[in-house]
Design a protein around this ligand. Structure first.
Ligand code: TXA
Ligand code: MG
Length: 339
């Protein structure tokens, strides 16, 4: 299969026409969002949705997020809309927030991974919403990476993973947020945070009160335990390099990188030039948003450099830092050292 890439910034009309045409004909299209790129298909076309799993190599029990462009699209997807969801939607949609509810009979088991719930998000990206609108249906879309590798934050990375596997990628430039959306379940009360992302725990708690933080957010899922969010149990965001997360101040981190051979550092902006080893920087040490915007690119850059042994600086876990920490502990396979 030939994979065409259309730049929506320079060819807006053609990008929308072509993506709508493919989506209506049951094909999978790579689309930009403000978080990461997605692999989209018509939610109501089971064969099309199956092609997503095939293109990604994704396990069938890992459900997809359904993307809508308008709040009026929500009621067809869910059994009922809880009060707290209405409040959250008003405040954070469109945006990097995915809310899980009991699914309606229109959502197939293929989309929901066999669960009785469905995850829904209205992206902030104008391009994403224009593509959904042009297709005329809600779009089921996971991140556009091959299963297990870091989510792509630009069209080139989608192409690297999906060339020959899907017919079309829409290039909308770099993703502003750079890590995936926050996933929170309203199928229970208090709601449960399953994946931290572009909307922070603090912001949500301020709006709706108590939120349970699922164990898998900050830790490895215990052997045999049932994952509230199936995606949490799979190896994720993992570059080829072996990464260890180092909880320490900069001076101790520097000493560690100097005590061994063959080390590459994954550090904060401005720190690299003070080290004596190759490095990749992943944002301002005091700004979680700057880190999230850089993290997945930085992980792919480590691979491009051929890095083998990587020591990574540890982010602060408040605000947006929680999402960065959550991705990093998975990228390093939970190898953490405290100095
Ligand atoms: O920002 C994002 O959320 C991106 C863009 C494309 O929108 N999408 C994305 O999708 O990250 P994906 O499939 O890579 O991650 C969705 C996560 C997975 O961990 C999945 O297990 C979980 O959400 N999930 C989806 N539906 C669920 C459900 N009904 N119950 C529990 N977890 C669910
Ligand atoms: Mg993903």
């Amino acid at each position: 299969m030939q994979t065409e890439v259309i730049d929506i910034k320079t060819e807006y009309d053609r990008a929308l026409e072509k993506s709508a045409e493919f989506l209506r004909h049951g094909e999978v299209v790579g689309i930009p969002t403000e978080t990461v790129y997605g692999l989209a298909a018509n939610t109501f076309d089971e064969n099309a949705v199956k092609k997503i799993f095939l293109a990604k190599g994704r396990p069938a029990d890992n459900p997809l997020i359904v993307h809508i462009c308008d709040i009026s699209g929500l009621s067809a997807l869910v059994k009922e809309i809880p009060e707290k969801v209405k409040i959250m939607a008003k405040h954070f949609w469109p945006g990097p927030l995915t809310m899980i509810m009991k699914k309606s009979e229109r959502i197939s088991d293929t989309v929901s991974g066999g669960l009785d719930t469905v995850a829904v998000r209205m992206p902030k990206s104008e391009y994403a919403r224009a593509i959904i609108k042009a297709s005329g249906v809600p779009l089921a879309a996971p991140s556009a990476n091959l299963s297990g590798s870091p989510s792509p934050t630009n069209a080139k990375y989608v192409f690297d993973d999906m060339n020959g596997r899907i017919p079309l990628i829409i290039d909308g430039g770099s993703c502003e947020i750079g890590v995936e959306s926050t996933v929170i379940s309203f199928a229970e009360d208090p709601p449960r945070l399953l994946r931290p992302g572009g909307v922070t725990l603090e912001e949500m708690t301020e709006l709706i009160g108590e939120i349970t933080v699922d164990k898998a957010v900050l830790d490895r899922l215990q052997e045999g335990a049932k994952a509230a969010s199936p995606g949490m149990k799979y190896k994720h965001y993992a570059p080829r390099a072996e990464i260890t997360l180092i909880k320490s101040d900069f001076e101790n981190f520097k000493r560690l990188t100097e005590s061994e051979n063959g080390v590459t550092a994954l550090c904060f902006d401005g720190e690299g030039e003070r080290l004596h080893c190759p490095f990749v920087e992943y944002g301002d040490g005091n700004d979680g948003y700057s880190q999230s915007a850089r993290l997945f690119d930085a992980l792919r850059e480590l691979d491009e450099m051929g890095a083998e042994k990587v020591y990574a600086r540890c982010p602060d876990t408040s605000g947006m830092g929680l999402a960065v920490y959550n991705r990093l502990i998975r990228a390093c396979g939970f190898k953490i050292r405290v100095l």
